[in-house]
Design a protein around this ligand. Structure first.
Ligand SMILES: Nc1ncnc2c1ncn2[C@@H]1O[C@H](COP(=O)(O)OP(=O)(O)O)[C@@H](O)[C@H]1O
Ligand SMILES: C[C@@](O)(CCOP(=O)(O)O)CC(=O)O
Ligand SMILES: [Mg+2]
Length: 401
């Protein structure tokens, strides 16, 4: 029984969501909330008929299982076609995967899971073929809230599958959560990122690639047309995240913005262009070294103004929501600036926390936000991306794997 695991972080987008899909720059950073996947590969058993692929999703609390023979029959594949290069999921393969999912009763209230399940079946069978195994997934991230749970799911899944395939190897240790997590080399990260992008395409329709990139490589990045620049920030950017708990779906919101762009192409091109300038400015400001109180305050004031401008443009794109507006009004009472993060339409909002803000005020802001039934998170921004654990990781989320 071979066991390995991987974890990948969620993200915040400081500037540029949606516009990044249309070629503008955006700035994003990894946060210290993770999705973890563990994989237990079963030996190729003598009892062919009993061999299954199992998926245990801890957060929705659902498990799925497919007989390997049925996977082979429907997907017309046995061996993985090679994990060393990422391939897109063809429409025929996606239709076959949909047939496999129809054989499961997914509760109507959790039907949004089917996109994630399709991405799982695509990644697993493409990378490992129809081998028997058990995959367990657990996450700190709220799903469908703008913190990149879909990307963290695809990155951690690709990471664990490629590690099991022997294509990705760990290069060095860091520890956390009682596990020996290890980092992965640059070329291997590139490969994981390409596979995860193919998974994101199944979930998002037309992803820019920023979410899987920041989840894979970590840190704070500027991203434009698939090009990634690492941003070196000497002063930590402190953000409060508020989850409005209003559910939404990135794929539908991205499609809505594209439809608006096709109805008003000139106006929307100007909006995307303005967002591009904002992201460029945000990326220069985060890299500015500020050595004293005045410099830090001026840096934060500029960031706040740019966030406010970006939020206005997101409203132009049609992706704000009354719950987001409530967060904006609430934080403004304390002179704090907020903007939505991710696809909007509900989901999460970022509030810039100035270095000089006293804790007492921050606690008051949080209390007032939570009185609206929102949930607040204080997160560390700009940490590590994908990490893996090869063999030896015998415990995972309380389960012996
Ligand atoms: N831990 C998980 N387990 C199963 N599916 C997941 C998980 N995390 C994300 N997903 C999939 O990703 C979808 C959410 O992605 P999306 O709408 O892009 O929102 P976000 O990425 O902002 O959380 C879910 O509906 C589900 O299909
Ligand atoms: C709206 C978008 O810019 C980010 C979506 O992020 P999330 O899935 O809402 O976490 C889409 C994309 O860049 O692919
Ligand atoms: Mg997503």
């Amino acid at each position: 029984m071979e066991v390995c695991a991987a974890r990948a972080p969620g993200k915040i987008i400081l500037a540029g969501e949606h516009a990044v899909v249309h070629g503008s720059a955006a700035v994003a950073a990894a946060i210290d909330l993770y999705t973890r996947c563990s994989l237990c590969l079963m030996p190729l058993a003598d009892d062919e008929a009993a061999a299954t692929l199992e998926l245990d999703l801890k957060d929705p609390g659902l498990t799925f299982s497919w007989p390997c023979g049925r996977l082979r029959e429907v997907l017309l594949t046995d061996e993985a076609a090679g994990a060393r290069e990422a391939r897109p999921c063809s429409p025929d393969r996606l239709a076959s995967i949909a047939r496999l999912l129809e054989e499961h009763e997914i509760p109507e209230a959790k039907i949004w899971l089917s996109a994630g399940l399709s991405a799982f079946l695509f990644l697993y069978t493409s990378i490992l073929g129809c081998r028997p195994g058990k995959v367990t997934v657990s996450s700190d991230l709220p799903m469908g809230s703008g913190l990149g749970s879909s990307a963290a799911f695809c990155v951690s899944m690709s990471g664990v599958l490629l590690t099991a395939a022997g294509v990705v190897t760990a290069v060095g240790g860091i520890s956390g959560e009682g596990m020996e997590w290890e980092l992965v080399g640059k070329d291997d990260l590139e490969l994981v990122n390409r596979w995860a992008f193919q998974g994101e395409k199944i979930i998002h329709g037309k992803p820019s690639g920023i979410d899987n990139a920041v989840s894979t490589f970590g840190s704070m990045i500027k991203f434009k047309k698939g090009e990634l620049t690492n941003l070196k920030s000497s002063n930590p950017v402190k953000m409060l995240i508020t989850d409005t708990r209003v559910g939404r779906n990135t794929k539908a919101l991205v499609a809505g913005v594209s439809e608006r762009a096709s109805r008003h192409s000139d106006a929307m091109a100007s909006v995307f262009n303005a967002v591009n300038s904002i992201s460029e400015e945000v990326s220069s400001i985060v890299e500015l070294a500020a050595n004293d109180e005045i410099a830090i305050t001026s840096k934060e004031e500029k960031l706040a103004e740019l966030m406010e401008m970006n939020q206005g443009l997101l409203q132009c794109m049609g992706v704000s929501h009354s719950s987001i507006e409530t967060v904006l009004r609430t934080t403004l009472k304390f002179n704090l600036v907020s903007k939505l993060t991710g696809a909007g339409g509900g989901g999460c909002v970022l509030t810039l926390i100035p270095t000089m803000l006293c804790n007492l005020v921050l606690e008051k802001v949080i209390a007032e936000l939570e009185s609206h039934s929102f949930r607040c998170f204080k997160v560390e921004v700009g940490g590590q991306g994908l990490q893996v654990c090869q063999g030896g990781c015998s415990y995972f989320n309380g389960d012996v794997v």
